[in-house]
Design a protein around this ligand. Structure first.
Ligand code: DC
Length: 226
């Protein structure tokens, strides 16, 4: 498989990371979860008692605590410095504040630079909100995944159950709708579909079907899947 870049954008819980991971594994590409990076900064802010509106201090955190990924047999782990924060960045307090943190221009500039560096060699699947529009505007394949709020809330609720985390469906629904609004209405790199992205509505589709659909898009663009 040619070492192309695949950008997968879409709202919260649209299934981006699940399908991105599967595609990366299939093609032996690097997978980069950019949401995890914004979550890591938010986690650092909470740990260091930096207010979410303090842009300069947030940027200092990014400079002082490098964010990295490690591939293991148990999946991809997220680190800040030497600390494994893979679990912590999924907690409710981080999720509730991440849209505010990720709205800052300088925070985005710092992280976008790291993301572009990670993608330099090609052979990458990157998921987020602004990959096709800002981070990798020249990506060979751009996918925009959407699904209804109800379905996304159900998926998140089931995932929580499986992981033994307590949660409430209505609260999840409200939080998803709120995050959709904030992510799509921010001034810097809002969540929008790139003009050359292929939109896939995953409502009612299985993960397998979504992966197959993306593979079909890749093939239709003339890349051979081996
Ligand atoms: O994909 P996720 O839910 O883990 O992302 C967490 C938040 O990070 C999301 O609400 C918005 C922000 N984000 C962003 O602004 N740009 C990205 N490329 C990825 C995520």
């Amino acid at each position: 498989m040619e070492k192309i870049a695949i950008a997968i954008d879409g709202p919260a819980s649209s299934g981006k990371s699940t399908v991105a991971k599967l595609l990366a594994k299939d093609f032996q590409f690097i997978y980069v979860d950019t949401g995890a990076m914004y979550r890591a900064v938010t986690y650092l802010a909470i740990q260091h008692q930096v207010a979410f509106d303090q842009e300069e201090e947030l940027v200092e955190l990014i400079k002082n605590y490098p964010i990295s990924f490690k591939q293991t047999v148990d999946g991809q782990l997220v680190f800040v410095n030497d600390q494994n924060v893979t679990e912590e960045i999924r907690q409710t307090d981080v999720t509730a504040a991440v849209s505010e943190v990720s709205a800052h221009r300088e925070v985005r500039e710092q992280l976008v630079r790291i993301q572009q560096e990670l993608a330099k060699q090609g052979g990458i699947v990157m998921d987020g909100r602004d990959i096709g529009t800002t981070v990798l505007p020249d990506a060979e394949v751009k996918i925009f995944l959407v699904a209804s709020v109800d379905e996304r809330a159900q998926r998140r609720y089931k995932e929580n159950l499986e992981k033994g985390r307590e949660s409430d469906l209505e609260t999840i629904k409200e939080a998803i709708a709120q995050r959709d609004y904030l992510d799509s209405h921010r001034e810097v790199s809002p969540l929008v579909q790139a003009i050359d992205a292929v939109k896939i509505d995953t409502t009612g589709m299985t993960i397998k079907q979504v992966v197959a659909k993306i593979q079909q898009v890749i093939q239709e663009k003339g890349y051979e899947i081996s």
